[in-house]
Design a protein around this ligand. Sequence first.
Ligand SMILES: *Cc1c(COP(=O)(O)O)cnc(C)c1O
Length: 359
Amino acid sequence: MTSAAPQPASVRFRAVVDRIPAYVPGARAADPAAHKLSSNENPYPPLPSVRAAVEQAAAQLHRYPDMFATELGEALAARHGVEASSVVAGTGSVAVLGHVLQAFCDTGDEVVHAWRSFEAYPILVQLQGAVGVPVPVDAAGRHDLAAMAAAVTERTRVVLLCSPNNPTGPALAHAEVMTFLAQVPPDVVVVLDEAYVEFVRRPDPLDSAAALAAHPNVVVLRTFSKAYGLAALRVGYAVARPEVARGIRTAATPFGVNHLAQVAALASLAAEAELLDRVAAIVAERDRVRAALLDQGWDVPDAQGNFVWLATGDRTAALAVDAAAQGLLLRPFAGEGLRVTIGEPAANDRLVEAAAAWR
Ligand SMILES: *Cc1c(COP(=O)(O)O)cnc(C)c1O
């Protein structure tokens, strides 16, 4: 064989592909002793019952999974008090959101979302060929629902609400979402992204089931990645009216949710009480950390997820480097702030100490 230089590819990407910002994953630890507080993961390892279910399911790795995740879909439907045809599972709720956009958005259609919010939104929207309409969150990191309602035009096909908002932290109240839904035309899909709903402790929180019951254009997104601690397995789902779910299912990747993920999700639902005890412990730690940061004089937005937001502005990149040198991996948003996942108490203590030094 001669070793001629390989021909460069002369294929052409769609123009949007070169414009799309790269998704920045949370830093991964080179040092195994480092605390990974960068991806909003659950610090607890899998429950023994969940692990055992996965180990047993490994005997079936040569088989395709149940294409429709039937058993999981039925369990989720029972949990949400809807028909199984209302549930669409996917490889994480990020993938399910992609399918929602595929089902509803043509090129040039508009998607209204808050900003700063989940960094996957602009990526998924642009990849679909749609146009993102970002509406700034207010100074407290909250969605400006009046401005979002005003941003809805005839081109708008989808609105994304993120509650609690990643990365700033606040959760929406039920009444404000109902007011918003009443203002949005019924042919515009409103996605309620509730990736962190299990951590919410505000009074009068969004009741997405009631919102869906009253408004057929609502799509609720949930995930097993955060409260249920199954981030590695990639499983999330949408709950919507059957006629809405049908189109999302059409766009879904065939056999997307793998067998281990289906089994682990089912085992997690069976162990829900145990998992929610862990969530309660994380919530207690979150409130402890936020209180300590407020005491230090930081202006920390209401934290309703498993993370807190520090508006560190121009110092953000430097502080993330300093944190990493102390074994704390955080998620910097350059020029804006640091998102800090609540981890095990020792990691949280270290974060509070670092933050005191930064003041
Ligand atoms: C983590 C997260 C998701 C879910 O991620 P998956 O792992 O794909 O299920 C969805 N929305 C927001 C806002 C998130 O932070």
